[in-house]
Design a protein around this ligand. Structure first.
Ligand code: 5U1
Length: 712
């Protein structure tokens, strides 16, 4: 029999007593939930997890006395409450001193204070700190007794919080049972938060259903935790990071904070891997700057970083002032929300004709940049937020997400201003504006007749992930469309140096570069081409799936393209992840004669894709990395992540987001994180960029990859 924890086979539990079977199934399910939700490295298919889960449910049904609160089956239960029960914290939940000086001096001041309090002189060594992220969420105390989660409470006023156990049980990342520790009492403190992508998805859903949207991930998370109906709470995707302790009985707390975080992680709790041990003010400054540079790319909001004196013994010497420890500080970053004034509301027309109301703002510095525009999404959203010209509003800019108006500061509304109305004609081409029944968005009906849609369509086609036409940016496209030089995509390939050189601020050399870039872009791949056409709902992944699927039917090159263009709805529905909406959108696109014509004209202009494009199964199988799965981690010396991914895929390989036993290679660069550790623990070969290049050139050396070096 395979190891029941790792094998996909059913554990051999049939001979065991029901109690043993239940215990074994729980262990297996806890293990796989941890792999999936915390480590992002699933080891068994979802269907297998579901099967084991149902097996456990059936056993518990037959033997109710074996049901315990820490069973994985007990997560999404609970009843609608009238209110939350107060909980007195065994150890008060303290707050943290905030350093609002967002410059390096903030770290210098903290270090100086710590040294002064500890009576250290210049001759003493730098103080050691544990540095971690300051998550923008809601603080929670998790109480484990004998290893099982028995209670979760909010911070409240620090002395008395609220019992939110049944909602917290819905957070899959939070273990119901700790691994390897059975202390009579172990309280873990940390932050419940919502990832940015989960927040965007949740708001998109709310918008589609005409429901109220959430202001920011923190409010959405706090609302979900304090939701009286656990059924509603369970639908709000929450995450958790542990960062400290409350009451502890019967466990030897490690002597350093960094050691404590490592221990919590080993118990199966999620702890952010963006933590370091830093020495002195210089170490803190470097950390603050490095995380600041990465902040926009993090999958969740942070409002700063936290520095803690690492040695607990020194923490004890430093003590507290009011409710804040002297040994910790939260060093802030510029706020991601600011108040400003709406000076006007403009309408932007997108690639698909969608009309988006955009607030013109009094410039405001938010999230590290000056923002002058912010989306209001659509008329319904705008109305729900009661936004009008002249209002003082809160603007949010976090991550790569476009800035948005999250709400008005109602108290400062000036005198009566009429409600905003959507135009009945497109502000760009004057075509009729329509809104289909049940749709929240207004659209221009002008299609490619509309210059705004044409501009966006060209920029989409030219972008790096599509035809990658270097130099064809917004300003040039504006000139080309407004000067009636380019009306359709194929017109791009009629551009010559002489024509381009006549444009404003266009030197001969630049014109030649554009022509060269256009020429180069003609050698593309079918997925890039399909994505570049801008078919509604066809992103990069769907474009790849389409190319692969129709390629597998035996078509080559033009035949594959024709196969897609002529596919019936049923044939399209047979493609991986293509549902009715996407299939209909593809059909509608190619049913329009002018779209089919654009494709033919692009082909006639010389746009082509390589014969060995991995769209045909036979071709794909002969590619050097066919059937190999890669995971990328860290920063490679010369290749960007997208470049490395494109090279691997062009050679027939696949790039996955997490490491599992099925991963063939992990490509690791500088500052590789937990994925590297995971690869090493599973014995997955780890390569650097040079080895990747060799692999791309020569393919795997031997069937068992024996020649691949494993870095120490
Ligand atoms: N990462 C982290 N966030 N945070 C918040 N650590 C941390 N520690 C805190 C708080 C309020 O308080 C302790 C220093 C008591």
């Amino acid at each position: 029999m395979q190891d029941p924890l790792f094998g996909a086979e059913t554990p051999a539990i049939d001979d065991a007593t029901p109690a043993q079977q239940v215990a074994q199934l729980r262990d297996v399910l806890h293990h796989h939930a941890h792999q999936y939700y915390v480590l992002d490295a699933p080891q068994i298919p979802d269907a297998e997890y579901d099967r084991l889960f149902k097996q456990l449910q059936a056993l518990e049904e037959a033997h109710p006395d074996l049901r315990t609160p820490d069973s994985p089956t007990q997560r999404v239960l609970g009843q609608v409450l009238d209110g939350f029960t107060p909980v007195r914290h065994a150890v008060p939940m303290l707050s943290i001193r905030t350093e609002t000086d967002t410059e390096a001096s903030g770290a210098v001041n903290f270090d100086a204070r710590v040294r002064r309090e500890l009576a250290l002189t210049e001759l003493d060594a730098p103080v050691e700190y544990a540095a971690e992220l300051k998550f923008d969420g809601l603080a929670i105390n998790l109480r484990y007794e004998n290893g099982a989660l028995v209670q979760a409470a909010t911070r409240g006023d620090g002395e008395i919080g609220e019992d939110v156990t049944q909602n917290i049980r819905n957070i899959r990342q939070i273990p119901l049972r700790l691994k390897g520790v059975n202390a009579p009492v172990l309280e873990v403190r940390g932050e419940v938060y919502m990832r940015r992508d989960d927040f965007e998805k949740l708001n998109e859903q709310q918008r589609e259903q005409g429901d109220k949207t959430f202001v920011n991930p923190r409010n959405a998370a706090a609302g979900a935790v304090r939701q009286l109906d656990p059924g509603i709470s369970a639908k709000r995707p929450l995450s958790f990071f542990a960062y400290g302790l409350g009451d502890v009985q019967g466990w030897d707390v490690p002597p350093t904070h960094s050691g404590l975080l490592d221990a919590l992680q080993s118990f199966g709790l999620p702890v952010s891997d963006k933590r370091i041990v830093a020495r002195g003010a210089d170490g803190l400054i470097a950390y603050h700057q490095a995380i600041g540079a990465e902040r926009d790319q993090l999958p969740f909001d942070i409002d700063g970083v936290v520095y803690k004196v690492n040695q607990r013994e020194l923490q004890a010497r430093l003590g507290f002032v009011s409710r804040e420890p002297r040994w910790a500080v939260a060093h802030k970053y510029p706020a991601q929300e600011q108040a400003t004034l709406i000076e006007g509301i403009d309408i932007q027309v997108g690639r698909t004709g969608k009309l988006t109301p955009v607030a013109r703002l009094k410039p405001v510095f938010v999230g590290g940049v000056t923002v002058t525009n912010a989306t209001l999404h659509n008329l319904f959203e705008l109305r729900r937020k009661h936004v009008r010209v002249g209002d003082q509003v809160i603007v949010r800019r976090a991550g790569d997400v476009i800035p948005e108006v999250v709400g008005i500061i109602a108290a400062v509304r000036p005198q009566y201003v009429p409600n905003f109305r959507m135009p009945t004609q497109c502000p760009v081409c004057s075509s009729t504006v329509v809104r289909e029944p049940g749709e929240m968005n207004h659209r221009c009906s002008g299609g490619l007749f509309c210059a705004a849609q044409r501009k966006q369509a060209i920029l989409h086609f030219a972008q790096r992930r599509a035809l990658d036409i270097e130099g064809l940016g917004e300003k040039l496209v504006d000139q080309l469309v407004e000067g009636h030089i380019v009306r359709t995509l194929p017109d791009l390939y009629k551009l010559g140096v002489a024509k381009l050189a006549q444009l404003e601020r266009m030197a001969d050399k630049s014109a030649q570069n554009i022509v060269d870039a256009l020429e180069k872009s003609k050698q593309t791949t079918l997925p890039r081409f399909l994505f570049g056409l801008g078919i509604r709902h066809v992103g990069e992944t769907t474009a790849k799936d389409l190319a692969r699927h129709f390629g597998q039917l035996g078509h080559k090159d033009d035949e594959t393209k024709a196969g897609i263009m002529n596919a019936s709805l049923d044939q399209l529905l047979a493609v991986n992840d293509v549902g009715p909406v996407v299939a209909q959108s593809i059909r509608t696109f190619f049913d329009q004669p002018h779209n089919a014509e654009v494709v033919e004209q692009l082909r006639a202009a010389g746009v082509t894709w390589a014969e060995h494009e991995p769209s045909a199964a036979a071709d794909a199988a002969s590619l050097p990395l066919y059937g190999k799965t890669f995971v990328l981690t860290g920063t490679l010396p010369t290749l960007g992540r997208e470049d490395a991914k494109a090279l691997i895929e062009a050679a027939g390989g696949k790039v996955a987001g997490s490491v599992s036993k099925k991963t063939h290679y992990v490509i690791a660069g500088a500052e590789a994180g937990s994925k590297l550790e995971k690869a090493q623990s599973l014995g997955v070969p780890v390569l650097d960029e040079e080895a990747l290049q060799a692999l791309l050139r020569d393919g795997p050396a031997a069937p068992d990859n024996a020649a691949v070096d494993q870095p120490a």
